[in-house]
Design a protein around this ligand. Structure first.
Ligand SMILES: [Fe+2]
Length: 135
């Protein structure tokens, strides 16, 4: 059973970003599978790394488009993005140094964060970008 299942209520009605969000959900579920299989940090850390890389890519794409259209809440969006990256990269470092484990608490944090990101912060730009003709 996956940790998180994407459904239409997650749609921000911007095709590219819906695809990104679906991929983020998939990567999070991969991480969940590895943790559930009780794989150690050495095996799980690269999967976390993949999630971090794709998250960076997604955030950069959102910020580029929102900046292009002078989105009024871009500063808050960028701040939120930066905060998450700092947090998960720090966790990845701790994991590499064997000072922490990737566990269900981290997965639940990421699940909640991703859900709030899509349903809250990103939904907010949806109608703004639609008005600018982005689809
Ligand atoms: Fe997003």
């Amino acid at each position: 059973m996956p940790l998180l299942i994407w459904n239409d209520s997650f749609s921000v009605h911007i095709r590219e970003f819906d695809e990104h969000h679906k991929k983020l959900v998939k990567l999070l579920n991969n991480l969940f599978d590895a943790v559930s299989a009780k794989q150690g940090c050495d095996a799980v850390e690269p999967i976390l790394g993949e999630l971090i890389d794709y998250t960076r890519y997604h955030f950069a794409a959102e910020e580029k488009l929102l900046n292009k259209h002078s989105y009024p809440w871009i500063a808050a969006q960028e701040h939120e993005h930066k905060e998450l990256i700092v947090k998960i990269v720090d966790f990845q470092k701790q994991c590499k140094a064997k000072k922490a484990m990737i566990d269900l608490a981290l997965l639940n944090f990421l699940k909640d964060w991703l859900t709030k990101h899509i349903m809250g912060t990103d939904k907010k730009y949806s109608s703004f970008l639609k008005e600018k003709g982005v689809s």
